[in-house]
Ligand binder design. Structure first.
Ligand SMILES: C[S@@+](CC[C@H](N)C(=O)[O-])C[C@H]1O[C@@H](n2cnc3c(N)ncnc32)[C@H](O)[C@@H]1O
Length: 358
């Protein structure tokens, strides 16, 4: 089978896939820690960017979060917004994860909890508001390709001596077209043997998930690079990465269903897909730029207890230091029906906007 199909099964096969088998994934006891799991600062940075939008849209705005994980981001965004949305939609198909989210959100006030709804697909009825996707795009199955002697090859998964193994076949159809499009956009074509990934389903996913957003902003946060860095000649073995109990490894055939599989995000591809479905790219920066630009470091000054200050400063460091999440993670703001009426670039991007790197 194609690697993309294998990755889809390893992550989402009902009952067995990594995200649907009911085992613990998020936080210290799981396999990886995402930004919202470090504390409340990341959610506060996002909430501050939503505040101006919320005031312009009025009380009846909606926030939708695909792939809400443990529910920490929903809890902390809701509790830190001065103008909380009338509805917070959690797009989650996994029953075990819905349970985890329900538990997390039980910490909220009755009023805030009553605004939360679980949905299995984006709603048919449109809304004004925002969509936030943190570390969702990296979990979309990717196709892996290699530049062969006679053309582009696509990675397939086969069995050798009873074990899963890589093989390659000539690429065709959507995969071939996607790879050719990427290559035509690079300053120089990659040489024979160059191997990487492409997320063929990204345009369709973005279109589907943002379809109900009539007016407002979508914030996409993930590890990734602009295209020229993503497909840099030195990065010649792709960006596929697996996580098992806080260790990164590079063997997607080890423990399928128990290990997380993901690939970095080509943010130029996100921008192209977004423009094709009517968005303007209003901002793009590193997570460090975004968090510092949002001004949440001011929280440190407001804490008097020395222990709390240490904890908060540790949290800030994890979010912004280059060796931690600061550089590797990027934040992209997409605005639909902007015309300046929705305020253009959110404030947090102004510190180090990098749209021209896309
Ligand atoms: C790495 S987790 C991130 C969870 C959470 N957003 C966080 O930051 O902790 C990726 C999540 O995206 C979800 N996901 C993957 N594909 C999706 C899709 N097509 N639509 C919605 N969610 C999806 C997965 O089920 C998983 O919960």
């Amino acid at each position: 089978m194609s690697f993309q199909r294998y990755m889809a099964m390893a992550l989402y096969e009902p009952g067995f896939g990594y995200y649907v088998n009911g085992l613990h994934k998020f936080g210290a006891a799981g396999d990886f820690v995402t930004a919202p799991e470090h504390g409340r600062l990341f959610a506060l940075a996002l909430a501050r960017q939503l505040e101006p939008l919320a005031s312009r849209l009025g009380k009846n705005w909606t926030l939708m979060e695909p792939g809400p994980g443990s529910g920490s981001l929903a809890r902390d965004v809701l509790s830190q917004l001065r103008n909380p949305p009338a509805r917070y939609l959690l797009l989650e198909t996994s029953a075990p994860l819905r349970e985890v989210q329900r538990e997390t959100l039980s910490a909220l006030s009755e009023d805030l909890r009553s605004r939360v709804e679980w949905i299995a697909a984006p709603p048919d009825r449109g809304f004004d508001g925002a969509v936030i996707a943190n570390e969702v795009i990296d979990a979309l199955p990717v196709a892996r390709f290699r530049v062969g002697e006679t053309g582009i090859e696509q990675a397939v998964v086969t069995f050798v001596d009873g074990r899963l193994a890589w093989d390659y076949a000539p690429a065709e159809g959507r995969v071939l077209r996607a790879v050719e499009q990427v290559i035509s956009d690079l300053p120089q074509p990659p040489g024979v043997g160059y191997t990487s990934e492409v997320c063929v389903d990204l345009p369709e996913w973005l279109d589907t998930v943002t379809a109900p957003l009539k007016r407002g902003m979508a914030l996409m946060i993930d590890y990734g690079y602009p295209r020229r860095e993503y497909y840099h000649p030195d990065r010649n073995d792709g960006t596929l990465v697996c996580h098992y109990r806080h260790r990164a490894h590079f063997d997607p055939f080890a423990w399928p269903g128990l290990t997380d599989l993901s690939a970095f995000v080509d943010f130029t591809a996100v921008a192209e897909a977004a423009q094709a479905c009517g968005f303007e790219v209003a901002g793009f920066t590193s997570q460090a730029g975004f968090v510092l630009g949002s001004g949440v470091a001011d929280q440190l000054e407001q804490v008097t207890d020395e222990r709390d200050r240490m904890r908060l400063s540790g949290e800030l460091k994890r979010l912004v230091l280059p060796g931690e999440m600061g550089d590797k993670f990027k934040v992209m703001a997409l605005v639909r029906e902007g015309d300046g009426a929705l305020g253009g670039m959110p404030e947090a991007f102004a510190l180090s906007d990098q749209v021209d790197r896309l």
